[in-house]
Design a protein around this ligand. Structure first.
Ligand code: FES
Ligand code: FE
Length: 430
């Protein structure tokens, strides 16, 4: 398989073989060499506000606990009891003094210095008269780092820092989550989609092209008022496999509430603030599966409103993905903005979102077709060749970092996504 991948995955030529969409061997390699090693997004600090607060999340196939100690440090553990591996925290979220395993009752600290340490077992002195090696029973811990309130973790002990991994995408994340104090609204939604994780991740990385066709009826029926899928905008190959697209407007008026302006200005530099004022929409993905989106602002009750959506695409099987979707809002925003923003999120990008209905149908069909392509003697290639030799813009034309292209008709970030993906899959286990 590795040989076949080496020969047939040719991102620089704009060619990706169809079988990779659903090949079970490829999926296993991804689990081991991407989800076993790469930085993955788990949630936002506002979801674990107090000592003892925790949420349970996924990193590929693993279930993990994201906990917060008295010392405010967020830490991430495999959600498996060290006795016989039972799921330790069975809830999605909570606030507890310790975690007690539902099987035999081994207990682990959930706060402060005790976060993750073995605290005791039922009838311990009788059951284990010779004593227990308490250090060996410490929960298995992942490396955790936070950027602008976003919690990431990795199983890799020696890989790059989160800072290095994110690289240039930090500039853009600042516009989304660094501009103001943000909070998650409610709890993240989850649902299943019959596709591999890579199709949606790659779609948000570099596919602004599909909006004019796949989502066209939304604007034709005027269901998303004010939405437009024109060519104005930029495509950014951010580096490290991250990619994004920005739609801009040139109106005098910015979309955000005036009440937030001072906070934005205090947290962003001049270039970032100006960019934020011009953003009409922004879609992107940080490798491997962390998607962010500011949907096109739309008019609700006569006001312009948009929101912030974060997502991960959790690999369940070659043709099964669990979607996690967060809606975030500025903590100090006026009530109308919060209320309409929530409505906007629910209607556009969420389990009931109109855009998701369109996209899911496409990903599902591609996945089904890939299964057929898998068994062909001759390799079937898909086309990733849009905008191969376009010139990049310089800083005077676009202030953000990365290779920036004028207009939306480029798949350069998608090709880099596949280059990084292939390099990961072919890297022998460290
Ligand atoms: Fe957790 Fe036995 S498996 S206490
Ligand atoms: Fe879409």
């Amino acid at each position: 398989l590795e040989d076949r991948l080496r020969k047939t995955v040719q991102p620089e030529q704009g060619r990706i073989p169809f079988f990779t969409y659903t090949d079970p061997g490829v999926h296993d390699l991804e689990i081991e060499r991407i989800f076993g090693r790469d930085w993955q997004f788990l949630g936002h600090v506002s979801e674990v506000p107090n000592p003892g607060s925790f949420v349970t999340r996924r990193m590929g196939r693993e279930n993990v606990i994201v906990g917060r100690g008295d010392d405010s440090v967020v830490r991430v553990f495999l959600n498996a009891c060290r006795h016989r591996g039972m799921t330790l925290a069975c809830e999605d979220f909570g606030e507890v003094n310790n975690w007690r395993c539902p099987y035999h009752g081994f207990t682990f600290g959930s706060k402060g210095d005790f976060l993750g340490t073995f605290m005791g077992a039922p009838f311990e002195r009788v059951a284990y008269p010779e004593g227990l090696d308490r250090d060996a029973l410490h929960l298995i811990e992942a490396r955790c780092e936070i950027y602008q309130g976003l919690i990431f973790a990795t199983w890799s002990k020696s890989g790059p820092s989160l800072d290095d991994h994110l690289g240039n995408v930090k500039w853009y994340l600042d516009l989304l989550v660094g501009k103001a104090e943000m909070e998650v609204v409610g709890h993240p939604e989850r649902w299943m989609v019959p596709t591999g994780w890579r199709l949606p991740a790659e779609n948000f990385t570099s596919d602004a092209y599909h909006t004019a066709t796949a989502h066209s009826f939304l604007s034709r029926l005027n269901m998303v008022k004010g939405a437009d899928f024109g060519r104005e905008g930029y495509h950014v190959n951010v580096g490290n496999g991250h990619g994004l697209g920005v739609g801009v407007h040139f109106d005098e008026e910015s979309y955000f509430p005036k009440e937030l302006e001072d906070e934005y200005r205090a947290n962003l530099d001049e270039d970032q603030f100006r960019m934020l004022s011009r953003i009409k929409n922004l879609h992107g993905n940080a490798f491997p599966n962390f998607t962010f989106l500011v949907p096109n602002f739309i008019e609700v009750e006569g006001r312009r409103v948009t929101g912030l959506m974060l997502r991960t695409w959790q690999p369940v099987a070659p043709n099964q993905t669990q979607v996690w979707s967060w809606h975030l809002v500025e903590k100090n925003a006026p009530e109308w903005w919060k209320k309409l923003g929530k409505r906007m999120y629910t209607q556009t990008f969420s389990s009931s979102g109109m855009f998701d209905q369109d996209d899911t149908e496409v990903w599902e069909a591609q996945t089904r077709m890939s299964d057929a392509a898998l068994y062909r003697e001759e390799e079937v290639f898909l086309h990733y060749g849009m905008g191969m030799d376009l010139p990049t813009l310089d800083k005077s034309e676009f202030p953000g970092p990365g290779d920036v292209y004028d207009g939306k008709f480029s798949e350069e970030a998608g090709r880099t996504f596949y280059r990084v993906w292939l390099d990961r899959l072919l890297e022998a286990k460290k």
